[in-house]
Design a protein around this ligand. Structure first.
Ligand code: IMP
Ligand code: MG
Length: 187
């Protein structure tokens, strides 16, 4: 998609370009390939935001991995965390004894993943690590160890490359800061 495309008109600015994203994912894939050498990790993609990142990341990992998906929600249509975490779609397979990598689009308050890590621990995974495309460390509300992060970003609401506002903009190839005029109508 051209950066002059209609959807880009709702952005204040592009924060991370598609080339920068691909470069970071190549490096991340290499790191994970090295760190998990000899293992068969299960990659759990968190629907829906992580789907675009997940699809690119798995193709940069040279291991006999398997894929799972979960849907968890801590957000409604607003840009503020509700603090409420719900499992909407659970895993289809047993993960006991497996090395799990949870693949997320962004870590913000940390509420979603700290809850999920606890849930996965009770299922006796051999290990559970987090891979996120974006991290907003300044926004953390609960302590959370993030083992793999491609980019630390400032406290701004971003969309694109899987990330949404009100379910839109996920198909933007770059990551941009949403123009505040798009959400200032909210209360
Ligand atoms: P947390 O529980 O606050 O860490 O929330 C993580 C989830 O909030 C992510 O998976 C996103 O769905 C959503 N989120 C947080 N920040 C942003 C953002 O800047 N843009 C889009 N979604 C966001
Ligand atoms: Mg979301």
């Amino acid at each position: 998609m051209d950066t002059n495309a209609k959807l880009y008109e709702d952005l204040d600015r592009i924060l991370i370009t598609r080339d920068q994203i691909q470069e970071a994912i190549r490096k991340m894939g290499k790191r994970i390939t090295e760190d998990y050498a000899g293992k068969e990790p299960v990659l759990i993609g968190i629907l829906r935001g992580a789907v675009v990142f997940f699809a690119d990341l798995v193709r940069e990992i040279d291991l006999p991995l398997t894929m799972e998906f979960m849907a968890i929600s801590s957000y409604g249509s607003s840009t503020k965390s509700s603090g409420v975490v719900r499992i909407i779609k659970d895993l289809d397979r047993d993960i006991s004894g497996k090395d799990v990598l949870v693949v997320e689009d962004i870590v913000d308050s940390g509420l979603t993943l700290s809850h999920l890590k606890q849930v996965l621990a009770t299922r006796k995974a051999a290990s559970v690590s987090i891979v996120t495309l974006l991290d907003k460390p300044a926004r953390r509300k609960v302590p959370l160890e993030v083992e793999y992060s491609c980019f630390n970003i400032p406290d701004a609401f971003v969309v694109g490359y899987g990330l949404d506002y009100d379910e839109k903009y996920r198909n933007l190839p770059d990551i941009g800061v949403l123009h505040p005029r798009i959400y200032t109508q909210e209360d």
